[in-house]
Design a protein around this ligand. Structure first.
Ligand code: NAD
Length: 360
């Protein structure tokens, strides 16, 4: 049994506590450190040991794994101290706020007996796994454009997310997840980054982002994050040479429409009179030349219906296997480095109002 301490017992710290306690054999959360008394009170309520300082956590020889779930600006220092104490360190995303800091951490990783991983849990979201399954099964033919959106309407950013000094803003928040997913889907180098980064209501940080990633083969991925969108667009829209797929929401409502057969690629169309006047190119296709299919039914890693803690099974079981040397870590700092480099280019692209070429 490995003992776990959590630093930062807010929204996500408690998620880790519940997920591990509910379902991860081989891990036990024993202690918490938080700067807020209310959070410490809650930890005591769960019979957890409450540390006086982060130093005390790292000095505790009974602790094997430290989970860092504090605001983004505090991650770097805590990761470095955790690795220096030879703890296994799990840090929430975004790992840090720039690639230079991450490179420093990667150096520290080499000198530590502890492993280091980042909680990129959205790699195991149902909607993302559905997209992966559609692309892997070639259901829409060769993909050429992928759109991935999270369209919220909260308008305001909660707490520290509203402040630059804390590493707030949506690129560091949701951007990290969407970019990570995009890189996993395409498995090619990113060759261009073009971003529009807005602060529509937030004073200091980005609250709306449109980010276009160009990949080596010419395929592009459009990522959008909105916090003031009152008519949401679909979570995913996938364009392939022989079909289209839409995934409306996290519940994975949607469909695949594909060409009925090879002959359907070309059909004899005549000018059609639509409400917008005559058109041949945009004429509606005869229904019998396409097939409508249901989305693949995706279960979680244990073969169960998805629930709030599904991703924790695969994430923490992988950590346990990596600690015992049976597997390598699923989420590595070199993957996070690519995400970080893309975020840096996105900010630069927006500031200079131009697309950036790269090889990431
Ligand atoms: N992976 C995900 O899906 C996901 C979702 C939400 C948040 N997060 C990440 O989790 C982290 C925490 O976000 P949150 O939403 O839980 O924030 P939160 O504000 O709910 O919780 C943060 C907690 O950290 C405590 N804290 C602040 N500074 C500290 C310090 N120096 N030492 C110890 N405790 C400190 C606060 O008192 C608070 O209890 C962020 O990095 C965020 O990006 C990840």
């Amino acid at each position: 049994m490995y003992s776990v301490a959590i630093i930062g017992f807010g929204g996500m710290g408690k998620w880790h506590y519940r997920a591990i306690t509910k379902q991860i054999e081989g891990l036990e959360v024993t202690g918490v450190y938080d700067i807020r008394e209310e959070a410490c009170e809650e930890a005591r309520f769960y019979s957890l040991h409450v540390y006086e300082s982060a130093t005390d956590v790292f000095a505790d020889l009974s602790i094997d794994i430290v989970i860092i779930a504090t605001p983004n600006d505090s991650h770097k220092d805590l990761i470095l101290r955790g690795l220096a104490a030879d703890k296994h360190v799990v840090c929430e995303k975004p790992v840090v706020l720039n690639s230079a800091d991450l490179l420093e951490i990667m150096e520290a990783e080499k000198n530590s007996k502890g492993l280091f991983t980042i909680h990129q849990n959205r790699r195991w979201d149902k909607d993302f796994r559905t997209v992966k399954s559609i692309l892997d099964s070639n259901s829409i033919g060769r993909p050429y454009f992928i759109e991935s959106r999270v369209n919220g309407s909260s308008v305001f950013l909660h707490g520290w997310r509203d402040y630059k000094i804390n590493g707030g803003g949506m690129l560091f928040d949701w951007g990290v997840h969407l970019i990570d997913q995009g890189l996993l889907l395409i498995g090619e180098k990113v060759t261009s980054v073009t971003a529009h980064v807005f602060n529509v209501h937030a004073q200091e940080v980005d609250d709306n982002v449109k980010l276009l990633l160009g990949f080596e083969s010419g395929l592009s991925v459009l990522l959008e994050i909105a916090t003031n969108c009152f008519i949401p667009m679909p979570r995913w829209h996938l364009s392939g040479a022989n079909g289209t797929a839409i995934i409306e929401n996290w519940e994975c409502e949607g469909k695949i429409v594909q060409l009925a057969d090879d002959k359907a690629l070309k059909w004899e169309n005549d000018i059609v009179y639509t409400a917008a006047g005559p058109t041949r190119t945009m004429a509606p296709r005869p229904v019998n030349t396409t097939l409508e299919k249901a989305l693949p039914q995706i279960k979680d890693a244990l073969g169960d219906e998805y629930h709030h803690y599904s991703s924790a099974n695969i994430f923490y079981n992988n950590l346990l296997e990596a600690i015992s040397g049976k597997k390598s870590l699923y989420v590595t700092s070199s993957e996070a480095l690519r995400v970080m480099q893309i975020i840096e280019l996105a900010f630069q692209s927006a500031a200079e109002n131009r697309g950036m070429t790269c090889s990431i």
